[in-house]
Design a protein around this ligand. Structure first.
Ligand code: ATP
Length: 134
């Protein structure tokens, strides 16, 4: 049997994914990276974005709200601030978050408020994009 990868995605609240897969593609802070069986050990920070993995012909998409990835011995461990499988994303909530963030961006009075609104907008946009993939 061909070598596989064990993928685990956990957040402070829950285990989002625990699966044996063929390939993982994750949103690294320095750019997207792919992991196939036999990958060298590796640790990196993740940005807000899309993680996808494939099992045979089936591809799944997960929204990752930043965190860390560790690759070791054909295991990929993702410690995410928050993460949702595409099918678990509440689109109405994400649209409301996007509108709130856009309003806050327009009304922000200092750099910190602006940066927080920008980060919230980024999270909402990532969720909306990934929800469309299901
Ligand atoms: P909101 O303003 O809607 O709470 P947020 O970006 O501030 O959005 P986070 O702090 O990233 O939310 O996440 C808090 C919790 O809510 C996490 O468990 C996350 O998985 C979940 N969550 C946030 N938005 C959604 C969504 N649109 N659909 C499903 N779960 C979500």
């Amino acid at each position: 049997m061909a070598e596989k990868i064990f993928l685990e995605i956990v957040t402070p609240e829950k285990k989002v994914v625990s699966e044996t897969v063929d390939i993982v593609v994750a949103p690294g802070e320095m750019g997207e990276f792919g992991v196939l069986p036999g990958h060298i050990p590796f640790l990196c920070k993740l940005r807000v974005g899309e993680l996808r993995f494939r099992q045979g012909n089936a591809q799944q998409h997960v929204a990752i709200m930043g965190g860390y990835a560790e690759v070791l011995n054909n295991q990929v461990t993702i410690l995410a601030t928050a993460a949702e499988a595409a099918t678990d994303i509440d689109v109405i909530r994400a649209k409301a978050a996007r509108e709130r963030a856009e309003r806050r961006l327009a009304e922000s009075r200092d750099k910190l408020e602006f940066a927080r609104a920008q980060a919230a907008l980024q999270r909402a946009l990532a969720r909306l994009k990934i929800a469309e993939r299901q």
